[in-house]
Design a protein around this ligand. Structure first.
Ligand code: F0G
Length: 401
């Protein structure tokens, strides 16, 4: 049993209503469960495979989900980078190992399943890339037509390739992500498509399982800190919400310090935390090489600020150079291939550690959100091209010398 509740004024709505913002005050909605009615134990969960659907009692889907086997991603101990930073308990949860290569799949398995249960005939989203790739794949699996709006020229190649190949109707707008989101929201309201951006409360339910899995992978221990790259601020809000539910169920007794990392050219949440603002000031012209988080007006900011403040967490920004340096370090020192936005979480920890703001004993889980292959162009720009030689052994030996 659950209902939709406004995060701001508390107005409630039926779970069957197709609604994304509160009719009374215009703020976002969230899914509120009747936790007393939830009958499951951690032992029961632990008997199931590690996956989004291990936690189905805390998800809104009732029937058979539209699934591509999402979740169950690896949690890596960052031994080398952790040693360099003096942080022996530094981990990365590699969400790039999901079916379409990002954490969005956790949200889309739930979101597209709900679209079907609610009888919606088509789905849509705006995206910096990963959301569109994921929605395109899950819409294909669910047999539902899909429209995606992208900021023209600002989406990494692999993501566009995925959206096209999975058969979405791909539209590039001459504007940024924030504008694309406004447009698709209007389209969905006026033409009855189901909106699957992170304003959709059901989609975020799937994403909260990142936190559940991280705890299970640490043998039931709550990490001291969870670090996420922040764009639209949906993911950090979702993880926080899920952990609050585990706490209310008595499965955990404390929360990690929720820590959000943004790119320096696109950091309105960081500014709001630093300046102690309740209402965020949008960044009119966001810019960063980490195009996934090139977002100036994060729609979930209100929730994210609560998540950070209520847990004693923090927010920090990192430059494009710091992001790329960490992308290379993860690849070369840990064998973990991520896209630039994903490296932001670990780059943020490096920065905070160097500023002396991290306790050396902390157990830290950084969420790395998308796979290296999402953005091959940024990789090629950073690395030396392959050495081309004649096809004989002497040439090979001389090239290797
Ligand atoms: N990391 C990656 C790789 C992303 O693609 C995104 C968001 C984020 C982090 C930030 O997550 O928005 O929940 O704070 N990508 C969206 C998209 C906006 O359209 O793919 P957030």
């Amino acid at each position: 049993m659950y209902r939709l509740v406004c995060v701001h004024c508390g107005a409630t709505y039926s779970p069957d209503q197709i609604i994304y913002t509160c009719n009374r005050c215009g703020h976002l909605l969230t899914v509120e469960y009747d936790l007393d009615g939830i009958d499951v134990s951690r032992d029961e969960w632990n008997r199931r495979p590690l996956s989004v659907w291990r936690y189905r009692e805390l998800l809104p889907v009732r029937g058979e989900p539209v699934s591509l086997q999402e979740g169950g991603t690896p949690l890596y101990h960052l031994k080398t980078i952790g040693k360099e930073l003096g942080l022996p308990e530094l981990y990365a949860k590699h969400e790039g190992m999901n079916p379409t290569g990002s954490f969005k799949d956790r949200g889309m398995t739930v979101g597209v399943s709900m679209a079907r249960e609610l009888g919606m005939k088509s789905v849509a989203c705006a995206s910096t890339g990963n959301t569109s790739a994921s929605l395109a794949a899950y819409a294909a699996k669910g047999g539902i037509p899909c429209v995606v709006l992208l900021p023209a020229g600002k989406v990494a190649l692999g993501k566009v390739a995925q959206a096209l190949m999975h058969g979405a109707r791909v539209i590039s707008i001459r504007g940024n992500f924030d504008r694309a989101l406004e447009m698709v929201h209007e389209l969905c309201i006026s033409h009855g498509l189901y909106l699957l951006n992170s304003v959709n409360p059901y989609r975020l339910e799937g994403q909260k399982t990142i936190g559940f899995e991280a705890i299970d992978q640490l043998g039931g221990e709550v990490p001291d800190r969870m670090v996420l790259p922040v764009g639209n601020a949906g993911n950090i809000s979702a993880v926080y919400k899920g952990l609050r539910e585990l706490e209310a169920l008595g499965f955990i007794d404390r929360l990690p310090m929720m820590t959000g990392i943004q790119a320096a050219g696109s950091a309105p949440v960081v500014k709001a935390i630093e300046q102690n603002l309740d209402v965020l000031v949008p960044e009119a012209a966001p810019e960063t090489i980490a195009t996934a988080i090139r977002i100036g007006a994060p729609v979930n900011a209100e929730k994210a600020l609560v998540a950070i403040r209520e847990t004693g967490g923090t927010a920090a920004s990192v430059t494009d150079e710091e992001i790329l340096a960490m992308q290379r370090d993860l690849a070369r020192k840990e064998g973990i291939g991520v896209e630039p936005a994903s490296a932001a979480s670990v780059a943020g920890i490096r920065k905070l550690a160097e500023l002396g703001l991290i306790d050396k004993d902390e157990r830290i889980v950084c969420v790395v959100t998308g796979h290296l292959l999402k953005d091959p162009e940024t990789v090629v720009r950073q690395c030396e091209p392959p050495t081309e030689i004649d096809a004989d052994l002497p040439s090979l030996l001389s090239a290797l010398r």
